[in-house]
Design a protein around this ligand. Structure first.
Ligand code: G6P
Length: 749
């Protein structure tokens, strides 16, 4: 406010001091000099006749009297008469010696200094400035000499000073008035803005009913409102109360933040697999961390999930658009199936994704295999899924959630067709360091494909860093490390960690923990107080199943008291079994289990109970609840949701989790017994400690972990990604509008 006042005031006064005052002084002096020139001629004309007579008479007395009478004029300072030879014959006593009979010199001199810009009749004397003028005196045509009149100029200076004072006062008054007007107008418009913003916050602005609002401001007001909403949401997020993320909140977020925007999910694995069985068509839920996490999110958000239809009865259950509503019995979203030929599945899924990218990213001492034929299928299948996404999109700006390493090329393919789409890609597995990634022959293509995403998510900040360093190493991209963004080909991608999780079970478990313990032990042929360990994994070499068995073997060696008292149930879902690596791995697991069982088992007692078949989640949940200890010993794992599922199942606050330090989950769950699965003795020691852990300690640890998983659930994971996406969408819209506005102004100017 003060600036608005001081600025115009300052401008007006500076203008006044440096331009107006000198100009005014100059003009005043010139006007007065011209005035005095005329006056001199007038007075001289009046005096000429009597003066000529008195000069002829040589009457000094009469001349003195005449001069004295004339001198009564206050402006006239002195008079003199000079003869034709240039001598002063008569003069008043005030007549300055220095003037003599000469007219003022044109050039500067010591005595009579003429101002360079002042007229020549102006003479500066020690007592002040005077005007000197002369007029010839004739009598009957005879030249007698000249009359010199000296006018006092001090009155001019006085008047000029008076005038300057008035003008200064006028200018100051003018400046104050201008400043006050500026402040007033600014205040009015500021109040208008504030009022508009207040109305906006209260939601009282109806833009169409506000014709007085400048049209340029209207879209910006919309954006301002959205940004304020965002700030509010972020504040809410910071003060999240436990379990504050749930399906309702996620739904509300979608409506409010991404209103009208449809959600499309793309993954290789489908959430429901229809299979032919002797009893007819059955529905299976696959063993996949990805499906465990994304399925509840889709239930909350609706939309369409596009996935490979790999089940033997999948084609029988879809409509003519290859769609089926799921979950069966309680449909809330659409599953759109994409069909692959045997060759496509072989090259894209088994080959490039699972023999190439999977071992490349996990670094679990299985060498990746890269074949050009696999790569070609991978490109082709990514294109097919991208086309399916583009076809399913009802708007030009859908929210697309791309899942995992099967679709690294798809984000950029979709981006080209739907530039306004919000593409959130989540990489469910680890991202290796740049050196390891460097062995991939198509590394550039994979990175470029992923950078078509708006947001690229990983489980941990460490994997984000690995990705950013990889891009830094192999692409010419601009990286903002602080903001964690990558600009490539004029497209910005936010690289962010979003630790994935599970849906916290809403309803209370029907059966009591004790009943389940009894039932499960009975089912497994164990006594009521038999100690039970559980492991639930796909039969995958990254899961550390062999190392886990070795730790159990060591436990039995070190603590023979556990023989006959402890059994370990390994649920091992068959996975990618047409790959040789997986077949070999399964064989190793079976052999080792057999060896341990032969060594330490006895009639009716197996230290390792190996179940290599698919289990439905409800069945697994019963085993979790019945176990004393759960072993998660992955050699490398993005997150590992088995750990979180075990915790969620334990509403009795009992049970111990042994967790590999190489899982993303270990960063969130320090209350678990954290182990290095490669270190067999350490694994055995942790297992023993878990089996003898007092109930109080189990409760303490389990309560902490339960509180965390409950709060950091999968709705929060999805919610944070969607909120970030909404923020980026808004930012892009604001940027586009500012850009368009700038263009408009440029055209107008
Ligand atoms: C990991 C991957 C998922 C995959 C799952 C099961 O969790 O990140 O993308 O779905 O394993 O593997 P599968 O090959 O059977 O789908």
């Amino acid at each position: 406010m003060s600036l608005r006042f001081i600025l115009p005031l300052g401008i007006v006064l500076t203008l006044f001091a440096y331009a107006v005052v000198p100009l005014m002084d100059n003009l005043t002096v010139r006007w007065f000099v011209r005035d005095l020139d005329m006056r001199t001629q007038l007075v001289a004309g009046t005096l000429e006749e009597p003066l000529a007579d008195y000069v002829s008479e040589r009457s000094r007395k009469k001349i003195t009297l005449l001069f004295d009478r004339v001198l009564r004029d206050e402006r006239l300072y002195a008079l003199a008469f000079c003869d034709p030879t240039g001598n002063v014959l008569y003069k008043t006593s005030t007549y300055p010696e220095t003037v003599g009979c000469r007219m003022p010199p044109q050039n500067d001199s010591a005595e009579a200094q003429s101002h360079s810009s002042a007229p020549p009749s102006l003479v500066r004397l020690p007592q002040g400035a005077v005007h000197v003028g002369d007029s010839p005196v004739y009598r009957e045509g005879q030249y007698l000499g000249k009359l010199i009149l000296v006018h006092d100029m001090s009155f001019i200076e006085r008047r000029s000073a008076d005038t300057r004072e008035y003008v200064i006062l006028l200018f100051v008054a003018l400046a104050i008035v201008i400043s006050l007007l500026t402040v007033f107008i600014a205040h009015l418009s500021w109040r208008g803005w504030i009022k508009a913003v207040k109305d906006l916050l209260r939601g009282e602005i109806n833009f169409s009913a506000k014709p007085d609002m400048p049209p340029d401001i209207q879209p910006l007001m919309g954006d301002l409102r959205a940004l304020l909403y965002q700030v509010n949401m972020e504040r809410q997020m910071q003060t999240d109360t436990p379990n504050s993320w749930n399906p309702d909140r996620l739904r509300a977020l979608l409506h409010e933040e991404l209103s009208g925007d449809e959600v499309l999910v793309v993954s290789n694995r489908e959430p429901y697999i229809h299979t032919q069985s002797p009893n007819g068509i059955e529905v299976q839920r696959p063993a996949s961390g990805l499906v465990t996490a994304v399925e509840p999110v889709m239930r909350a958000c609706s939309g369409t999930w596009i996935a490979h239809g790999g089940g033997s009865a999948d084609k029988l259950t879809v409509d003519k658009h290859d769609c089926v509503s799921v979950p069966p019995g309680n449909p809330s979203y659409t599953l759109r199936r994409v069909w692959l030929t045997k060759e496509e599945e072989q090259g894209y899924y088994y080959g490039f994704a699972n023999e190439g990218l999977w071992p490349l990213c996990h670094i679990a001492h299985v060498r990746p295999v890269f074949r050009s034929t696999d790569w070609e299928q991978y490109v082709e299948v990514n294109r097919r899924f991208a086309d399916a996404v583009i076809k399913e999109a009802r708007t030009d700006n859908p929210v697309i959630l791309v899942q995992d390493y099967h679709f690294a090329l798809l984000p950029n393919m979709v981006r080209k067709a739907l530039p306004k789409a919000t593409i959130i890609t989540f990489w469910h597995i680890p991202w290796p360091n740049p050196e390891s990634f460097g062995i991939l022959p198509w590394r550039k293509e994979i990175l470029e494909g992923l950078l078509g995403s708006t947001i690229l998510g990983f489980h941990t900040p460490f994997h984000c860093q690995n990705f950013i360093h990889t891009v830094d190493r192999y692409l010419e991209a601009r990286i903002e490390h602080d903001a964690s963004t990558i600009s490539y080909c004029e497209k910005l991608t936010q690289v962010q960690a979003y630790p994935i999780s599970i849906a916290w079970p809403e309803s209370k478990q029907e059966e009591s923990g004790e009943d389940i313990c009894m039932e499960v032990r009975k089912e497994l042929g164990l006594s009521a107080n038999h100690l039970l360990g559980i492991g639930v994994d796909r039969l995958d070499y990254t899961k550390g199943i062999v190392e886990r068995f070795q730790a159990i073997e060591r436990l039995m060696e070190l603590h023979p008291s556990m023989i006959g008292r402890f059994s370990f149930l390994q649920i091992a879902a068959p996975s990618r079994s047409s790959l040789e690596e997986y077949q070999n791995f399964e064989a190793r697991v079976r052999t080792l289990a057999r060896k341990i069982n032969t060594r330490f088992g006895s009639a009716g007692y197996e230290p390792i109970i190996l179940r290599t078949k698919h289990h439905e989640p409800e069945q697994i949940n019963r085993y979790y609840r019945a176990a004393n200890v759960c072993l998660v010993t992955s050699l490398h794992d993005g997150m590992n949701l088995v750990a979180k599922e075990f915790i969620a199942s334990r509403d009795d606050d009992q049970g111990v989790l042994i967790l590999s330090q190489f899982t993303g989950a270990a960063r969130e769950l320090p209350e678990a017994l954290i182990v290095n699965p490669y270190h067999i003795e350490q694994g055995a020691a942790a297992l023993y400690r878990a089996l003898v852990m007092p109930e109080v300690e189990q409760r303490e640890r389990m309560r902490c972990m339960r509180a965390l998983v409950k709060e950091f659930n999968v709705y929060r994971w999805a919610g944070h990604m969607l909120m970030d996406a909404a923020r980026l969408r808004r930012r892009e819209r604001v940027t586009a509008r500012i850009h368009a506005h700038g263009e408009h102004l440029r055209r107008v100017i």
